[in-house]
Design a protein around this ligand. Structure first.
Ligand code: PDD
Length: 274
């Protein structure tokens, strides 16, 4: 299956970038992960709007229009199965390593598609671990610079957790690669958008579904204490979709099984996907 690199479709073994690429040297780039169910891109406009925003934040011009992006992805999705697009744009390869933005350098544009792996834990729920959010102050940018996220996810895994739930100043921000929801006193809560979290597209869809499905829902800060007494905790992302956290820091959440609000939301989300 080919990948896309700077205007060409190539076998992955033949897709090469320079060691001077600023993505490699500085983590100077942004990315998107866009699911495509049965070959159809999911919430395409929302993903592209977030890409626009990420690019603007790091002062890279968007190299393509919405319709050009659609055309770029189409050949990667031809077999019509459930796949996702990984898209990465970096500031490109400058003639020498220099922190300053280079002039007259074209961004590097790379995209691949891959099968959405089955996620059996969606049925049973997962264990998560609360960790201090050690990331930078601009987590609303979907930057490829993910060292802190990688270290936190690895640390969670060493405690047997499938996700790290990140805490800043005593309040939940998000997961290491997901947004966080909690059901507390019958209301579905998620932290409000800020520069400290990514505006997840799955999060947006959940908020929309909650409204149409009459599930009481609010964007509201969640303290660590509230998280620990929540009846339900979920994480949400493209690929993993919506997953109940049934064990948090070695204690069961609710009765230790995916709860009724998750059951409803997951049913509505699966229908919405189609
Ligand atoms: N990550 N927050 C962070 C830090 C993320 O990395 C992600 C997604 C999300 C959820 O966003 P969305 O619903 O748009 O996928 C929230 C992707 C999937 C990744 O890095 O692979």
């Amino acid at each position: 299956k080919p990948v896309y690199l700077n205007g060409r479709y190539l076998p992955i073994e033949d897709a090469h970038i320079s060691v001077l690429d600023r993505g490699f040297l500085f983590g100077d780039g942004v990315y998107e992960v866009i699911p495509a169910y049965r070959g159809r891109l999911f919430e395409f406009e929302a993903h592209m709007a977030r890409l626009d925003n990420s690019l603007a934040c790091i002062h890279i011009g968007n190299p393509h229009s919405l319709e050009e992006w659609r055309g770029i992805f189409a050949p990667l999705l031809e077999d019509g199965t459930d796949q996702y697009i990984y898209l990465q744009i970096t500031r490109g390869a400058a003639p020498k390593r220099d922190h300053l933005f280079p002039e007259h350098v074209a961004p590097t544009v790379f995209a691949l598609s891959a099968a959405i792996p089955p996620y059996p834990a969606r049925g049973t729920g997962i264990k998560a671990v609360c960790l201090e959010d050690s990331r930078w102050e601009h987590c609303h940018i979907k930057a490829i610079t993910l060292l802190a996220n990688v270290l936190l996810r690895q640390e969670a895994s060493e405690y047997g957790g499938a996700e790290a739930i990140l805490i800043k100043n005593g309040f939940v921000t998000e997961g290491s690669s997901s947004n966080v929801f909690a059901v507390i006193d019958g209301v579905l809560l998620t932290p409000p958008l800020s520069d400290g979290i990514l505006s997840g597209i799955t999060r947006q869809v959940i908020l929309k579904i909650a409204e149409t499905g009459h599930i009481p829902c609010r964007e509201q800060a969640i303290s660590i204490e509230d998280l620990k007494r929540a009846d339900e905790v979920w994480i949400a992302s493209s690929i993993r979709e919506i997953v109940a956290v049934v064990e948090l820091d070695d204690l069961p959440v609710g009765d230790g099984k995916p709860g009724p609000v998750w059951q409803s939301m997951n049913r509505l989300f699966q229908a919405y996907k189609q």
